[in-house]
Ligand binder design. Sequence first.
Ligand SMILES: Nc1ncnc2c1ncn2[C@@H]1O[C@H](COP(=O)(O)OP(=O)(O)OP(=O)(O)O)[C@@H](O)[C@H]1O
Ligand SMILES: [Mg+2]
Length: 288
Amino acid sequence: MNGRDQAGVLRDIVSRIDQESEKKFGCPTIAVTSGKGGVGKTNVSIFLAKALAARGERVLLFDGDLGLANLHILLGASTTNTLRDYLIGKCTLSDCIVEVEPGISLLAGSSGNMGLANISPRDLSRLLSKLDSVLSEYDRLIVDGGAGISESAVALTLSADQVLVVITPDPTSLADAYATIKILYSRGCRSFFVVINMVESDEESVAVEEKLTLLTDRFLGFKPEFIGRLPRNRKLGSMIRQDRSLLAAKGLGDFNNRINLVAQQIISSTKESERGFFGTFLNSEETA
Ligand SMILES: Nc1ncnc2c1ncn2[C@@H]1O[C@H](COP(=O)(O)OP(=O)(O)OP(=O)(O)O)[C@@H](O)[C@H]1O
Ligand SMILES: [Mg+2]
């Protein structure tokens, strides 16, 4: 299949994902996304996982940055097998999952792999189908998305029950977040949580919230749900430079309090009736 055909098939699949599926799959799922890269998706995914695990959930973190995976590095996890190994038939999907601390498991991606970055619709479908079969062992799947709006990134995001958009007060982040929301909205996504990361003050957050709301309200006719303002915290960057797992971070103060509030909001908005991850994707692929 050439590049254009492949993108076309993925687009067809994605465009049908908004149709509700009767079938219930796996566990509640949340995709963490953004427009601009480097806004803190991976940090938010990790600390959200930690906060949810502290509330008794068994969380699976999935590195959805298929071509440039780095979640395992930030978690300080040593992984023997990656998604690539699974896709080339070297191991089972379960072999790619490691428990990084009680209640938090990781499905590691593979970095610098063009093949995975341009994953074919069939392989993506196969991967999601298999992943779905292990989800019953977890209470929550968090997909740490890659930056950008490739078809596979959009497909992964749309397949989740909940979408969490991470932005920063940087104007380019806001513009890119809006562009991403617009694309997801045009493909049927109707509910967006937004977390503002690296904020210096509540006043700054209010201004960002107003600007994004103005855009979505005026051009798309809805208001996103702002569920968190996470302060800039220098410790986060220094942990990585010291080659330490973010899970070992202590004394994060207000950052910790606020990510706990985000976790609470996500738990309380998780409805029993939500369609499961990948259900509509798989149904669409069958008829593609
Ligand atoms: N609240 C914060 N305070 C200070 N630094 C932060 C904060 N959140 C993230 N960072 C720093 O920002 C950088 C990017 O974070 P992260 O890797 O989580 O972003 P990302 O959106 O996942 O990036 P990518 O798009 O490349 O996947 C890292 O150096 C991280 O330490
Ligand atoms: Mg990341």
